[in-house]
Write a protein that binds this ligand. Structure first.
Ligand code: NAD
Ligand code: LMR
Length: 340
């Protein structure tokens, strides 16, 4: 116990001294929500974050007051729910995480959230484009396959779009894949690495088991595992029975992605996360965004990896993914063109 505490303290000190020279302001838009609160807690505990900025249409200052009592060095500020508050929350941010918007209820698809969340994300993107156009933007709000293109269109219209700085957060799919495969194989989930490519909804989520340490998985066991990874979100929506969707696991996944970006920004090399980005991989098929393994760097996207070698089964999954993804992306683009 004592040894464990000593190791933790050493880790904290190392992490702090590694980042003491860096001032990283991180902003959460939707900070008082189911994801926003635990995500903000995890960011408050991250020594790489020097300034935590919280905004929500309700409850931001309360969450900030609560978190500000935690004995970590960063400052925490909650902003009033108005334009001035939003702009002040964003100004000077290195990273902006967006979990604002409504979650699913049983029986809904992520696309069913489009009518409500598209305008929420569009309006927040406008504010980011004005107040912190240089920030790296991490879109969590669903449907991610459409909300990421919405942000890009808003930025393009204002002449401030930098594709290296816009990310759809698909980390939860990767987290789930490593957990679910470990349950089937009886292994350590933290050691499992399963690339998940495509997008973030149903069949657009494509796990590449052939590139995991369990390439020999086949037949019904493989099909069931792939299905569970693709529809893992539904499990939580069903279990919460109308009270929303994944919040705690999503907070962990969002905090992990933000930490990876901060590590890369602070000079660490070889930081790779699968994420949904403006990607050259399938542009020849009219698909401008795609999630694959992306190496992160000081400016955001450093290098986009291709899907690599896949088997016939995975090629079929990918073909189905691309059909839906194309429509989802176009829907986001069309929305901003029709509702600028
Ligand atoms: P929630 O309803 O608990 O919280 C959403 C928060 O957003 C609320 O506090 C609300 O006040 C706030 N909000 C709404 N409009 C806003 C605006 N214009 N500006 C600022 N804040 C605003 O929902 P949740 O469970 O936290 O989920 C949020 C979103 O994240 C949903 O769209 C959900 O589908 C999505 N999600 C994505 C993933 C992923 O893997 N990318 C995982 C889980 C959930
Ligand atoms: C998830 O994957 O858990 C999220 O996208 C939320 C949802 O609606 O399933």
């Amino acid at each position: 116990m004592f040894a464990a505490r000593q190791t933790f303290n050493l880790f904290q000190k190392r992490a702090f001294s590694a980042s003491a020279s860096q001032a990283s302001k991180v902003t959460v838009l939707g900070a008082a929500g189911g994801i926003g609160q635990p995500l903000s807690l995890l960011l408050k505990l991250n020594p790489r974050v020097s300034e935590l900025s919280l905004y929500d249409i309700r409850g931001g200052p309360g969450v900030a007051a609560d978190l500000s009592h935690i004995n970590a060095n960063s400052t925490v500020t909650g902003y009033e729910p108005n334009t001035e508050g939003l702009h002040a929350a964003l100004k000077g941010s290195e990273i902006v995480l967006i979990p604002a918007g409504v979650p699913r209820k049983p029986g809904m698809t992520r696309d069913d959230l489009f009518n409500t969340n598209a305008s929420i994300v569009r309006d927040l993107a406008k504010a980011v484009a004005e107040a912190s156009p240089e920030a790296k933007i991490l879109v969590i709000s669903n449907p991610v396959n459409s909300t990421v293109p919405i942000v890009s269109e808003v930025f393009k219209a204002r002449g401030v779009y930098n594709p290296k700085r816009l990310f759809g957060v698909t980390t939860l799919d990767v987290v789930r894949a490593s957990r679910f495969i470990s349950q089937v194989q009886g292994t350590d989930p933290s050691a499992e690495k399963v690339p998940v490519v495509g997008g973030h909804s149903g069949v657009t989520i494509v796990p590449l088991l052939s590139q995991s340490g369990h390439a020999s998985l086949a037949g019904e066991a493989r099909d069931a595992l792939v299905n569970r990874i693709q529809f893992g979100g539904d499990e939580v929506v069903k279990a919460k029975d109308g009270a929303g969707s994944a919040t705690l696991s999503m907070a962990m996944a969002g905090a992990r992605f933000a930490e990876s970006l901060l590590r890369a920004a602070q000079g660490e090399k070889g930081v790779i996360e699968p994420t949904f980005v403006d990607s050259p991989l399938y542009k020849d098929q009219g698909i401008d965004f795609f999630a694959s393994r992306v190496e992160l760097g000081a400016n955001g996207v450093e290098q986009i990896h291709s899907v690599g070698e896949i088997n016939e089964y995975e090629q079929k999954l990918l073909d189905a993914c691309l059909v839906d993804l194309k429509k989802n992306i176009q829907k986001g683009v069309d929305f901003v063109k029709a509702n600028p």
